[in-house]
Ligand binder design. Sequence first.
Ligand code: NAP
Length: 487
Amino acid sequence: MAYTTKNGKKLVTLIPGDGIGPEVVFSTKKIIAAAGVAIEWEECAAGESVFRKGLESGVPKETIESISRTRVALKGPLETPVGFGEKSANVTLRKLFETFGNIRPARELPGITTPYSGRGIDLVVVRENVEDLYAGIEHMQTPGVAQCLKVITRKGCEKIIRLAFELARAEGRKKVHCATKSNIMKLTEGLLKRTFEEIAPEYPEIESSHIIIDNCAHQLVKKPEQFDIIVTTNMNGDIISDLTSALIGGLGFAPSANLGNEVAIFEAVHGSAPKYAGKNVINPTAILMSAVMMLRYLDEFDAASNIEHAVLVTLEEGKVKTGDVVGYDKGTPTTVYTDTIISNLGRKSSKWKVRDYKPIKMWELPKDLDYVKPKTRRVIGTDIFVETTLSPMELGKSLEQLAEGTALKLKMCSNRGTKVYPLTGAITDCVDQYRCRFIIRNADSELSDAQLLELLNKIMTKHRWGHIEKLHEINGAPGFTKAQGED
Ligand code: NAP
């Protein structure tokens, strides 16, 4: 929770950011001050300037210390300049402070005409923020084969799903969709779906349903008003939340919050839009509405509503419009737009409502590392990844010979996920990496590490191996999927 200073002000870390960041952050700070909220800002650096000084993470120690102290940050967009640093400073900040939930609302706004105007879009994408392909675990497995691990945990799923339902309660929303690709990725995306189905009954007043993510994208374009809250994995959420921003007028209007149990970081969905930097033309609404979310997080509900109403009145009256709405040759300068919102503080739109928000209950899950304790588990085989230019037939025969006299027998080899040995008669375009699946000969026993290493030692006499995976059976069910074409 937030830190309050001795003089009663709430302490917030402020990262102006890169490109258009300082302009939109300054505009927001000015509006918050005009609304009379007592905030003490601790200004800190991150992003481009930090990378250029040679710090590879883009996030200096002082900034980490500030957020650790204040627990709340308002952040402008950060850039990773080409040739500096490897990881995004944005992702680093989200991960360092375990802000596992990315909340991205998209609501139709008055005076912002889109092909969807009048349909009442008012939805929130709740995106898991730290796992999935964004765990950032990538390897070149052979000179021509790259891999990125998609890491999904039961604990991560439970946290994001509970957050989605608690958000529904806090905002008086009625429906939560869980959007996954569980039909293809049964274990990873499927874990989110299964966890959703287990937890949903604890929220009986909220309608819950699962939707396949590609259909979700289709439905969002076709009939977006049917959605209330969509909870989804990191990559899916990244993509569909940019889509939902476009439905309501673009990135200039898309706020977001990164919520964790300890820390919250508020930022616009958009980036640093460098071509508009310093021109006083950019739309500050996205970060302003992110700051409105921050005020609610800080229990400043009245000030948050006051600012939200001022934005709605400003847009409804349409006397000022930024360049992204009317074209940059005709747009209102950022500073004038900001001052107009300030002049509208205290006014209320008669037609456009502001929700009756309540604090979001954040679930504290047990910190046990072995979060899931199975009743039974055993290792029943192994996948050994081999780099070779042999044909499937040549490799398969060689591995069968090598496995003779060991505890394991070759079940199949696959290439790029498709079974190619024993031969299937299908046409598969192979590359120099095979996944070779060995299963324990005695079906009732458990594979020991010594038995696995015996096989590996034999294989490495003839072939270059890349990595191995143990095949687990957990609570009697396989903890691995079959290759395409595998029986
Ligand atoms: P971007 O900065 O979001 O800009 C893309 C386009 O979106 C802009 O050219 C502009 O469209 C529109 N736009 C963005 N913000 C706007 C605003 N406030 N008002 C009006 N229009 C706005 O995306 P990018 O060009 O792909 O990325 C630039 C840099 O930002 C990259 O270094 C990227 O890594 C970084 N980035 C940071 C974050 C973050 O900090 N969370 C997020 C995304 C990207 P038009 O060109 O059509 O006018």
